[in-house]
Design a protein around this ligand. Sequence first.
Ligand code: FES
Length: 235
Amino acid sequence: MQINIQRFDPDKDENPYMKTYTVDTSAFHGVMLLDALEYIKTALDDSLAIRRSCGGGVCGSDGMNVNGKNGLACQTLLKELPEKVTIYPMPGMPVIRDLVVDMSQFYQHYDSVEPYLQSDTSDLEAEQLQSEEDRAKLDGLYECIMCGCCTSACPSSWWNPDKFVGPQGLLTAARFVLDSRDDKRDERLENLSDKYRLYRCRGIFNCTNVCPKGLNPTAAIAELRVQQSEGYNEL
Ligand code: FES
């Protein structure tokens, strides 16, 4: 298998360049692309920078662009890839080195939607029960692992990286807007009500197409707009 990887070390390189590795997939144990990258790093070229942690689709560390589509290396089966693979760091995010990108702005947007339960009336230190129906409203929202694949695939995030919250941040916003235990629905919607933070989404489903957990940020964004159109109760 031939694996082409964009390399860039800002301390040494003026520009990014592609480097090709020929990998014998029978030379190592493992069936995922992450296993092949680990093999390259340990056996062929220890200067390659990658980010990984769990190896099992939980931590969200190893997002990258593989043959034109964002995904997790640890969830990408080698047998489903063609003989030639081309890997870039996730688009739309500054490259720190090789496949490692700076996700600071991504985290700032996440932080801006206040991703934690808030209530003036309930003691959130104590257990708060939900009906099965209310709990079900969070399905498809709470499972996000914050890998950044969706936001990195979104042209609206590329054009307005500092102003548009992006698919991941908005999915998280919806997760708290819809939570029956949270009292801050109106404030959360108001926090998104300018022409950039929520409304830059053009509904092209790039985010949904790449989410490794099968989530649908576009639908979550649509739900936020429905909630806004229904008005605020208390503001
Ligand atoms: Fe943790 Fe892939 S290494 S999600």
